[in-house]
Design a protein around this ligand. Structure first.
Ligand code: FES
Length: 74
């Protein structure tokens, strides 16, 4: 089983590493493998991918969870 890692960047995108399927609103699947950055700010011209526009827009968002970690459901 491969592991997919999603890292939430403060004032930036979601960095997704590993193997995963991106699924659009119509249910079309787009398999991915490697490292991708998904836009979180809504400013990218190439959504759902980050194109760096968050920097030019000086978009700010800090994500911090105080919730306890839970084991993944099997
Ligand atoms: S997070 Fe980078 S362009 Fe939106």
């Amino acid at each position: 089983m491969s592991t997919t890692k999603i890292r939430v960047m403060n004032s930036g995108p979601l960095h997704v590493t590993g193997e995963f399927d991106l699924v659009d609103a119509d249910g079309n699947r787009y398999p991915h493998q490697g490292i991708f950055s998904l836009c979180r700010c809504g400013k990218s011209a190439s959504k759902p991918y980050c194109d760096g526009a968050h920097r030019a827009e000086r978009w700010e968002c800090t994500v911090k969870s105080d919730a306890p970690l839970r084991p993944a459901a099997s």
